[in-house]
Every structure is written in C-alpha cells, then in structure tokens.
Unconditional design. Structure first.
Length: 394
C-alpha cells in the first residue's frame, strides 16, 4: 500500500527553461552527473527527478483493432499517437506510443518488462483476446508499475458507470435489478464490477449467443421481425438490463428486446454496427441504450476514462490496478453533474476537463476511504489533491 507523508509530497519535478543555448548545457552533461549519482544511491528519487514520474507507455502489437482486425505494428501508430495526444491534452501525462513486433505473448510481455523502468505506468491497447490472459498473468508478477489493458478495463468501467447512472435515473433498487449478459467468453471483469457495485449474483445471468439463436430466429440486417422458435420461457423474460458482448454480426432480435422489462437498459459492444437501432428499441420500451457508435447517443467511450484515471494511478503511486479501484472509479464517474444527465447522455462529455479533474480528485479521495492508499494526515491529503490538480495542468 502506498503511504503518503509530508516528505514525499514535498517533491516537485524540476523544470528547466530551454529557450537559450546557455541553458542547454545546464541540463545535460556534466550537470546531471550528480543527479544520476543520487538516483543510483536512492532509486526512489528517480520519478521526481526525471521524465518517469509523469509518463505512460502506450503499447500494442496491432493484433486486434475493432472493425479492422489485425494490423501491422507500424500501421497502428496513428491510433496510438492520437491516444498520446489525449493523454497530454486532458491529463498532462507524457505518453509514448510504442509498437512491438511480437506475436508470442511471452515475448511481448518480456519486452514490456525490459522497458518498464522508464515509465510510471503501462497502457496496453489493441491486442487480441488470446494475448490477454497469459500476458497479464506474467506482467502481474514481473512488473513494479501498474499495467492496464485499456480494451478491458476502460470500457468495462465506463459501462458500469453508465449502468449505475441509468439505474439511479429509474430509481431502481439495485439489489432487485436483474442483469442478463449475452456473451461467448467466460465471465470476467464485468461480472466482478457488477457484484462489487451492489448487483446480486443470483440476479446476474450469462447466456451464450448460441442459446439465443436456438430460442429466437436471428434476422438478417434488413429484416424487421424475428419470432421465438419455441414456446419455452424466454431466458431473459422480465430482465431489467441486457448487455450484449462478443456479437460478431447481425441484429439483436426485436423479440428479444420485447421480452425485457418495461424501461429496460440495453448496452451493446458490437462494432462497426451497433446490433440495433436506438430509435427502434426506445419504441419497444428501452429506457437507455448505449453502444460503441459515435453516431448514436450514449457512446461507451474509453477516452472519457483513461486520462483522469491514469493521472490518479500515477500520482497515487498505485502498483496494481485492483477491482476495488475500478469500482470506486465507476462510482466517481456517476457523481459528476448528475443534474446534467438524462437517458440520452448518461456519460460525461469526452474532453470535459472539469470531469477529468473531478474523476482524478474524487478517485483519490475514494481510494483513501476504501483503504487502497494510506494518507498520514489531512494536510497530506490536501497536498496530494494539489499535486493531482497541478499535474493535470501539465
């Protein structure tokens, strides 16, 4: 656990004006030799005396990009560079896009491990599912800095925040809400966050797309209707929330939507098509519909989450991103300007710096209350908040 006291919080990263030729000699050889010697003797000073304390490596091998599939590492660079720009603009973090030419998870992980001393955190993005499990199992034991897989952590936390906002808007008792997950993969982080935010295990059902196909006649994209293939009870009859994952193609059967409760909540991660038309499902009684599509309301966007979240992770010195931290992050998102939210805007607006600061500061406070970090005094907590706000400005 990271413990914050007066001495640690007193450090500030040194900055040097490089506008003149004279100043250049001051921050390179031999002026830095003494600093290097000090770091060698006390490695804990590395961050505040170098680039490391404010840096994130954005790493990928291009093994999976939504709607494009696999790309060569260099073809992926524009995406990673764009993400690096967002990091700097929205949270003041110096992010470095790096592509690794490796198809073996262990080779990929070893490369990350070797470069990790240069950074405060690792952000892995656009990697295939086959990579993830073996990759993270290795990195958890081999890295001394936090490492996140954006595709999973960012999107899932944003989804949970949107679900909580919708549940609050409907004034539902979370312990009675029934959640159906349609997916082909095994239960994972999404299930953990649902349970951690108050949903009951007995009210969470996982169904495969194969079972849905057996019960409903899945229509072609241009078809308007589908009918159940049997008179058996629908597997999602009366459920309040439907989350569709791993959908490869086609439209969600309208009859399936009809089987949900009145004023239901529908989330889909299908891409490049959403799997349904929001206007149609609203007419069927869906209260909130969220997709990955920017042409529809309620886009589930990673970009509202990772800048502020990683700012806090770095400034708190957190070594491992836990489920508990993500739960607190999701709750912090729902707290932001609730009076500005409605069924068509359950997420904060991307690029809202006021929200980024809210998420960073609120998450720090929540981490302290949850015992994720230990802060020795109220004054230390105030200094920590000042540090986060200062670093957000860059």
């Amino acid at each position: 656990m990271k413990v914050f006291g007066e001495r640690l919080l007193s450090f500030r990263r040194p900055k040097v004006n490089t506008s003149s030729n004279k100043s250049i000699g001051k921050f390179f050889f031999p002026g830095k030799l003494e600093l290097c010697k000090n770091i060698q003797e006390s490695d804990k000073d590395t961050g505040v005396a170098s680039f490391k304390d404010n840096s994130v490596a954005i790493i990928s091998n291009g093994s999976f990009i939504p709607s494009l599939g696999k790309l060569s590492p260099t073809a992926l660079l524009p995406l990673l560079e764009a993400k690096a720009v967002l990091y700097k603009k929205l949270s003041g973090i110096d992010a470095v896009p790096l592509v690794i030419k490796a198809e073996d998870p262990m080779e990929f992980a070893k490369t990350i491990s070797n470069i990790s001393p240069s950074f405060s955190a690792i952000d892995i993005d656009f990697v295939s599912k086959e990579f993830r499990k073996d990759l993270m199992d290795f990195l958890k034991t081999d890295l001394e800095i936090p490492c996140v897989i954006s595709q999973e952590i960012c999107r899932t936390t944003v989804m949970i925040s949107g679900i909580l906002t919708a549940v609050n808007a409907l004034d539902l008792e979370i312990g009675t809400v029934k959640v159906a997950l349609i997916r082909n993969s095994k239960p994972s982080l999404l299930n953990e966050l649902l349970l951690g935010t108050g949903f009951l295990k007995k009210n969470i059902k996982t169904i495969t797309w194969k079972k849905i196909e057996k019960f409903y006649s899945l229509p072609e994209p241009e078809e308007e209707e589908s009918t159940p293939k049997s008179k058996e009870k629908s597997p999602i009859k009366g459920y309040n929330i439907l989350i569709c994952l791993d959908q490869e193609e086609g439209m969600i059967p309208p009859a399936l939507i009809d089987d949900l409760s009145t004023n239901s909540i529908l989330f889909s991660t299908a891409f490049p098509e959403a799997g349904f038309y929001p206007r149609n499902v609203h007419e069927q009684g869906v209260f909130v519909a969220a997709t990955l599509m920017d042409k529809y309301p309620n886009r589930i966007g990673d970009e509202i989450f990772f800048p502020g979240f990683m700012r806090t992770v770095i400034d708190l010195g957190i070594k491992e991103v836990s489920t508990e931290l993500l739960i607190e992050a999701a709750k912090a998102i729902t707290e932001y300007m609730p009076d500005k939210r409605d069924r068509f805007s359950i997420f904060p607006e991307a690029g809202d710096k006021g929200f980024i600061e809210h998420l960073s500061v609120s998450l720090a406070k929540r981490a302290k209350m949850a015992g994720i970090i230990e802060v020795t005094s109220d004054h230390s907590m105030k200094q920590l908040i000042k540090k986060i706000k200062r670093n957000l400005r860059g």
